[in-house]
Design a binder for this molecule. Sequence first.
Ligand SMILES: [Zn+2]
Length: 178
Amino acid sequence: MEKLVAHNSIKVAAVTDHDTVEGLSVTQKLASAYPDILIIPGVEISTAEGDLLILGTEETPPKTWTVESVIDFARDNACVSVVAHPYREYGMGDLARNYKVDAIEVLNGESSQQANKLAQDLAKSMGLPGLAGSDAHAPSEVLTVYTEVQAGLDVDEILKALRKGLVSVHSTARSIHF
Ligand SMILES: [Zn+2]
């Protein structure tokens, strides 16, 4: 949170813990003190075929978590489904081509340059927007990469823009992966 407060342009962060939304309310509470900071609620779901991010949910989807059921949940709840780090461990890889996801994570702060390049190719060939995610598991890892979104400071507006591909991905200078 301090990093978002201190940063002069990055003011929106998605919180996507693995398979749980328990950390969400405390983060939203912290953020509520700052009118220019917005938290996008979400979760990263582990499926047998790889990790899927859901942006815009404050709940986990009902189990059992298959790729289809997670994508259906996202669609039915006006969320955005994103294939996380497709060419890394727990990534879906080429299997992503079989599913109607909304976007591909093409710039992951913890993935190799090569894995990110493959992910960019995947998004391009599927005609899907590419998003950046820091995949931060520690405060030092946030803001390594970011997605610039053409939208106002509003969760629904941002989700719509993500779906439309009104985005560009960037890495900050200290990221070594891109
Ligand atoms: Zn993951």
